[in-house]
Design a protein around this ligand. Sequence first.
Ligand code: SAH
Length: 223
Amino acid sequence: MTSVPHNADDPFADARRRMVEVQLPRHEVADPRVLAAMAAVPREEFVPASLRDNAYIDSSLPIGCEQTISQPCVTALMCELAQLTGAERVLEIGAGSGYGAAVLSLLAGEVYAVERIAALAEQARRRLQRLGYVNAAIVLGDGARGLPDAAPFDAIVVTAGADALPKPLVEQLAPGGRLIIPVGPHPRELTMYRFTAEPDQLRVEEFGTFAFVPLVRDDGPGL
Ligand code: SAH
């Protein structure tokens, strides 16, 4: 079990420790590096001031512009499925609050997080800068197209629900790269997939059912 250091000056330390030691293992998050990253990122800094006291309940929360910060266990699960060891180049689609990008930045070498809503992108960029997550860049744009200029990626994590698999994301995976993406007919009925780019096939694994805000698509028909 990861033990979170006690800091008397941090009013959220106990809630964060409970999240890491109780909630996340209950959802079968077990990678010690993921647990340590979740223990290190102050989630209260990524939610609206009025919701700070709720920052560590295991729930998604509104962040404005009709979007949400994902439930902590979902962020942690997606990070675990990405199988990061420290040096990877990672793309996140749906930067939202910037929280997922902050956690990923502690697990990988370089993180690019694409967000289509300018106000959220700007806020996330300022937050990451202020908190010192220097290896995470927020990019304003349509993430369903991936980020061709920075490709290929060792992992791509999509934190919005897709109706079909966006072809550009598959094309931007490095050999052996993992694409973690919830896909399904309805935003409340999405299957979490991990696609792995193997030499002669795209390996597919499924990891349960989830609800996400929709991935906005104008990149053409999916795969
Ligand atoms: N990872 C975020 C969760 C954000 S919710 C966090 O930790 O806070 C999903 C986000 O995906 C929303 O902010 C939404 O605006 C964004 N989004 C939806 N479709 C998108 C697209 N095509 N390109 C980029 N961002 C998109």
